[in-house]
Design a protein around this ligand. Structure first.
Ligand SMILES: [Mg+2]
Length: 179
């Protein structure tokens, strides 16, 4: 069980923190459908292939076809603006790690731009383990004393914990119900 948050305002940003954000269903969602579509596809391909990595790749591929014709929205615009202020105050920094494929870079950046998010620090894991990807890129971010990771999916949080253990503080983003 991870710390559950429904706003980025709930993140404890200490001095010099490297904050890693997931994209889909953490910072950005789509009006036309939600991540149930992705999870259904993932279940289907997991049963078919009995291989998590292949299943994720195939589910992402199907899902991105839906995304191409969808309208993105910001999951927590006010919270994100608040987080950016905190990041400035604390000499912190934020990056994004997504399981999307690098070939979706243009689409991803365009959708992020539409919701007011511009970043040169977006890493694409292509369906592979986010924890292992972070370990590979961490040498680029040596000037930070703390690491925070926010994602909506248990699998990614588990992978991050397995790779970095107590070095990383983990938050699970749960979307507020829009009533
Ligand atoms: Mg996600």
């Amino acid at each position: 069980m991870y710390k559950l948050i429904s706003s980025f305002k709930e993140i404890d940003v200490k001095e010099k923190t490297l904050i890693i954000l997931d994209i889909d269903d953490t910072i950005m969602g789509y009006k036309e459908f939600n991540h149930t579509y992705f999870m259904n596809k993932l279940d289907y391909y997991t049963q078919e292939h009995k291989n998590e990595e292949i299943a994720i790749k195939k589910a992402v591929k199907d899902w991105i076809t839906m995304v191409e014709n969808s309208t993105p929205f910001h999951m927590d615009y006010d919270g994100y603006k608040y987080l950016l202020d905190k990041i400035n105050e604390t000499q912190s920094h934020h990056i994004f790690i997504t399981t999307r494929n690098l070939e979706h870079k243009q689409l991803t950046e365009s959708h992020l731009y539409q919701i007011g998010v511009v970043s040169e620090h977006i890493y694409y894991s292509n369906g592979t383990n986010k924890g292992e990807l972070l370990q590979q890129i961490l040498h680029k971010y040596t000037n930070y004393d703390n690491i925070v990771f926010i994602d909506d999916l248990d699998k990614n949080l588990d992978d991050m914990k397995r790779s970095l253990g107590d070095k990383v503080e983990l938050y699970q983003f749960i979307k507020k119900l829009m009533i």
